[in-house]
Ligand binder design. Structure first.
Ligand code: FMN
Length: 225
């Protein structure tokens, strides 16, 4: 597939077939992703590909903590909830997903179930935990580096018929992830990515999220003068 086709057609996948992703295919995907550029070629990234029993323990640990009303326990700093235009965009895609899944806005129970699906890594057969070297925890550019790696991974997966959703909910209880994925102390947990073969007929998988018009994003300087 060519890059433009993959970039334009990829969408987040939130419903999966049960079969796992073979290790050699994951290895191919990660080998493509590692070609991402990084600041001074520092390559501060690591990925931990979790499946089977350890992933089940993460799902169950997350569920137990979230149901008990535990406060978020992340290793990276957070801005809190979005406001303004960012909140509007967040509501936009949530509305598209709820509509696809037939969940009314005022149905709190089903909305909670949907949120729990995120904490359960969308029941995906594989969850990839993305980390950076702890020594760079205060280097904003290291997070940019990891982000580039992760997007490369998502696109390389799509190219092989494998879907994914980058999943911030997956790190809400990072101590659970750290314990069961056995993350080394010299790395900090930044993100999880749910991955697997897209389930046929799972309505949220067809949602096409919106993008701002290009002219709202770009400012050209020196072009007309
Ligand atoms: C850093 C990051 C965190 C995300 N966390 C979640 C999440 O917790 N739950 C979820 O359903 N989607 C999550 N997403 C997926 C976004 O909602 C999705 O990428 C966005 O709505 C655009 O849709 P698309 O990926 O289908 O193009 C996350 C994406 C990124 C990049």
């Amino acid at each position: 597939m060519d890059y433009e086709k993959i970039a334009n057609e990829r969408r987040s996948i939130r419903g999966y077939k049960p079969e796992s992703i073979p290790k050699d295919i994951m290895n191919e995907i990660i080998s493509v992703a590692k070609q991402a550029p990084s600041s001074m070629n520092s390559q501060p990234w690591h990925v931990h590909v979790v499946t089977g029993d350890p992933l089940e323990r993460i799902r169950n640990g997350n569920t137990a903590k979230m149901m008990a009303g535990a406060a978020p326990d992340r290793e990276i700093s957070s801005h809190g909830g979005y406001t303004g235009v960012h909140r509007e965009r967040q509501k936009g895609v949530a509305g598209q997903l709820f509509e696809a899944m037939g969940i009314p806005w005022d149905d709190k129970e089903r909305r909670t179930d949907w949120a729990m699906r995120g904490f359960r890594q969308f029941e995906a057969p594989v969850s990839v935990v993305g980390t950076i070297d702890r020594v760079l925890a205060h280097s904003t550019v290291a997070y940019l580096d990891l982000g580039q790696f992760i997007y490369g991974m998502v696109l390389a997966a799509w190219d092989r018929g494998i879907g994914s959703v980058i999943n911030g909910q997956g790190i809400s209880q990072s101590s659970v992830v750290r314990e069961h994925a056995n993350i080394p102390e010299d790395e900090i947990i930044v993100i999880t990515v749910a991955m697997g073969y897209p389930a046929d007929g799972f309505p949220a998988n067809n949602v096409e999220s919106e993008r701002r018009p290009t002219e709202q994003i770009v400012t050209y300087v020196g072009y007309d003068g």
